[in-house]
Design a protein around this ligand. Sequence first.
Ligand SMILES: Nc1nc2c(ncn2[C@@H]2O[C@H](COP(=O)(O)OP(=O)(O)OP(=O)(O)O)[C@@H](O)[C@H]2O)c(=O)[nH]1
Ligand SMILES: [Mg+2]
Length: 201
Amino acid sequence: MNDTTASRIHWPNTHFLQSVANAREFPDTGLPQVAVAGHSNVGKSSLMNALFGRNGLVKTSKNPGCTRLLNLFAVDDRMLVVDLPGYGYARASKSEQNRWISMIDGYLTGADLKLVLVLLDIRHGPKDSDMQLIEWLNEAGIRWVPVATKADKLSGNGRSRRLKEMTDAMGGLLKPLPTSSAKGLGIDNLRALLQQELFDA
Ligand SMILES: Nc1nc2c(ncn2[C@@H]2O[C@H](COP(=O)(O)OP(=O)(O)OP(=O)(O)O)[C@@H](O)[C@H]2O)c(=O)[nH]1
Ligand SMILES: [Mg+2]
C-alpha cells in the first residue's frame, strides 16, 4: 500500500464502548479485536487518540498508571481496539500491580485477538517485561507487531540506530514501526497496517 492510499484510511465513527475491570465481563461484540499493550506511560492511550484522529477520546496522563481498566473502543463498528493498563508501574502497590497483571493476563488468554500492538518507548524498550510479554504471545500463537512510540524524542541517525537495536533485541525479525502521537508521525502507516492485518489478509 503506498503512502497516498494509507493517508486515505480514516475511521470517522470511533466511539467508546465500555470499561471492563475483569476479563470475564468482556462483551461479546463479534468484532475483530486489537489490543494495545506496553509499559505504563509508553503512550498507549495517546497513540489511540492519534490513530482515531480524536484528541481526548482516550484519557491520557503524564503520570504513569493512568489507564486502570480495559477500555474498549469500537471503530466504525468494524473493529474493537482495547486500551490496556500499562505494566511495570513501579510505584503502584504490589496488590494493585498484581491485579493489573491478572486483568491483562486474563484478557489476553481469553480474548479472540487478531493482533496485539506491543508499544515500546523508542528510548528505552524493549525491557524485560516487554520481552516476557512477547515470549508469552509467541507461545500462545497470538500475532503481534512492535510499535516504537515517542519517536519525536530522537532524530535522524539516533532514531535509526535505536530502531536497529530494538529489532536485534527482539530476535531480528520484526522492526518496530516508529510513531509519534505528538507529531503525527507514522500514524498513517499504523492505520494501513491495521487495515491490512484485519481486513485485507
Ligand atoms: N513526546 C511525546 N510524548 C508522548 C507521546 N505519546 C505520549 N506522550 C506522553 O507520554 C505520557 C503518557 O502517555 P499515555 O498515552 O497516557 O501513556 P499510557 O501508555 O496510556 O500510560 P498508562 O495508561 O499509565 O499505562 C503523556 O504525558 C503523553 O503526553 C509522543 O509521541 N511524544
Ligand atoms: Mg493509558
